[in-house]
Write a protein of this length. Structure first.
Lengths: 155, 155
DNA sequence: CCACCTGCTAGGCATCATGCCCAGCAAATG
DNA sequence: CATTTGCTGGGCATGATGCCTAGCAGGTGG
């Protein structure tokens, strides 16, 4: 479960050059191929590395607008709301949270006007009492994991 | 820039079985290898597919607590705050937004107690006026892109 | 103190995928 | 009508992969 320095270096290497093979990785890290293979297997069965799925940019798909919506849910309707939001393709992510809102979701849309349509679809559901939306203007720190990996592997 | 059905099917296939090769993908999709290769190249240079980096689970690294913090920033301090947050490994993501808060960031921590430390570090900076934090309890819809890809490629 | 187990190294081997080439062909474009 | 673009189907050399063996160091428990 804990990660050591070699694991960390391997993850960093894979993040920088994803198309690298096991053999090339072993050369870069200066260890035997079998070691890299074993570490990779372990990281994957550990769940540390969930997979190597393609990272798709919604903007390049024609959805350049991102927003976060905080939703307030009617008591006991949580399950229904979840199921409803799961059917909306523009909902990229949904969390239930503590705090004032009950749920937080990430939305994308084709334009600011289109965002209105998406929000209407999201909140046009009985269990949702109130929604407050924050439109993303900039993304100074895109989703990243490497700094955390470095910290977890002892810098 | 727009995506057709074959592109969509290719992305879905890669998302389901990331370790698949170009050759195997071409067999599954029933097209020639060169076609898959060309589509993949195009999707990558288009920026639709940003890469194939490993998806690392923070929980498996020992950071099972996720939270979203809404920050209010003192006028003119935006740049400094951004730079500050970029140095905190537990800040996985940072957006500037419209709405009441000025920024929204995703945090992880080793525990609820540790989250206090992280928040102190995040807000312990001059330009930040106020912070409100929502701790994630559940994640009913994990970050996903496939439904959007299907929609963008014409179902 | 010894036996054991685990993790890393180093190598061998057959199979398979890759990158790169070609020529042919169909549809869309000018 | 000529050209361009995208897909097909194939060939070929190189390289990576999956799977195996054997040796060796370190730590653990009897």
């Amino acid at each position: 479960m804990a990660i050591d320095h070699l694991d960390g270096a391997l993850i960093e290497l894979l993040a920088r050059e994803p198309r690298i093979g096991v053999l090339e990785a072993s050369r870069r890290l200066g260890v035997a191929r079998g070691t890299v293979q074993a570490r990779l297997d372990r990281l994957q069965s550990n769940g540390v590395i969930r997979g190597f799925g393609p990272e798709v940019d919604p903007a390049a798909l024609g959805y350049p607008v991102t927003a976060f919506a905080t939703l307030e849910i009617k008591q006991g309707q949580g399950g229904d709301v979840r199921a409803h939001l799961a059917t909306v393709p523009e909902v990229l992510e949904l969390h239930t949270t503590t705090g004032h809102g009950d749920m937080l979701c990430r939305l994308v849309a084709r334009s600011n006007a289109d965002l209105q349509r998406v929000i209407d679809r999201v909140v046009g559901f009985d269990g949702i009492v109130r929604a407050s939306t924050a439109i993303v203007m900039e993304n100074p720190v895109p989703l990243r994991i490497i700094p955390l990996v470095k910290q977890a592997s002892g810098d």
